[in-house]
Design a protein around this ligand. Sequence first.
Ligand SMILES: *Cc1c(COP(=O)(O)O)cnc(C)c1O
Length: 422
Amino acid sequence: MTYLPALKDTDPEIRDLIIAEEKREWDKIRLIPSENYASTAVLEASGSVLTNKYSEGYPGKRYYEGQQITDIVETLAIERAKKLFGVEHANVQPYSGSPANMAVYHAVLEPGDAIMGLALPHGGHLTHGWKVNFSGKLYRSVPYELDPQTERLNFDKIREQALQVRPKVIIAGYTAYPRTIEWEKFREICDEVGAFFHADTSHITGLIVGGVHPNPFPIADTGITTTHKSLRGPRGAMILCKAQFAEKVDKAIMPGLQGGPHNHTTAAIAVALKEATTPEFKAYAKQIVANAKALADQLLTHGFRLVSGGTDNHLILFEVQKSKGIGGREAAKALDAAGIVTNCNTVPFDPNPPFKPSGVRIGTPAITSRGMKEPEMRKLGDWMSEVIEHADDAKVLARIAGEVRELCQSFPCPGIDPKHWA
Ligand SMILES: *Cc1c(COP(=O)(O)O)cnc(C)c1O
């Protein structure tokens, strides 16, 4: 039977590109820590006719008729989210993580209010108050930083800064922080200075629901998560908050920021939330962390300098400029040529600018979805070291790309079936 038969008729160019991307995702070791492989079930929901329906508003309170099905779909997603995170209110409509943060700020802040998030070059997100982002322009952003010695959060310093700045909100949750986040310490500081506590768990939500990272939602006032990272759902996001913020948050999403919700995404989020309650998902989350630790150990044996010395979660950030004599971008390009996909990244107190950073960021959610375990992590660490030592040697890179492709054939990707390509 032909794969993607309608596309073959209508737009073979796009069909070929989709298949080429499937092959790329199959043949390479994908280490970008914010990426994953959505399941076939998630992809089916995401590609469904629910994309056809407009449903501005919320279940039972819509502007248009015909919501017999969408109300049930959205209610299912909301109820599953509330139960999974132990939270009083969930809004599953944000188009992605960035608009979800924007909506929360819109709900709890006035323009000009002071906010404190981790500085972007230290592992914060653009939407946590970075200067070129709306969050750094609309609000008075005073970012906190990591400790220069430990490269970890320093709560004495954060507290001191918060007492001075008196922010209206403190944001915790990061894009490049390899350590467990002690949410309760943020709660204490927020209580002391009278700030809202906003938790952005985008990267680590799969670890949280899998029970291998503490859950902030019983104590955070507001929070967001993307649904497509370690949670392994579709491209999207959710806002999770205490009941007292529910009405403001819902209004901030619609009519404050967005129009109609993406119902096909909502359905796929519901599917991902159901998958995340299974024992298999718990084992998956545990293996993500075990794999990250095994890979970190192997990189250490090859003399890499890991930011903070190692990892507690799914993510590893390592320095290459000083320790290996190669730029982060050059290292990431060489790794990609060898079939190992990463991204260059600043390290804390990076002497180089963000477009020419000193580090590389990697993570294990995607490769763990393929069933790779500790023995593959050791092999991967060896390959990464060889690539970085021989980044200019096209022959070495091509040889390793072949070895990587070979290994990948034994580790099927959720959502992809090579039989389709025949
Ligand atoms: C990925 C991420 C976001 C933004 O998500 P997008 O879907 O890319 O807009 C926000 N915050 C954190 C911490 C993230 O990791």
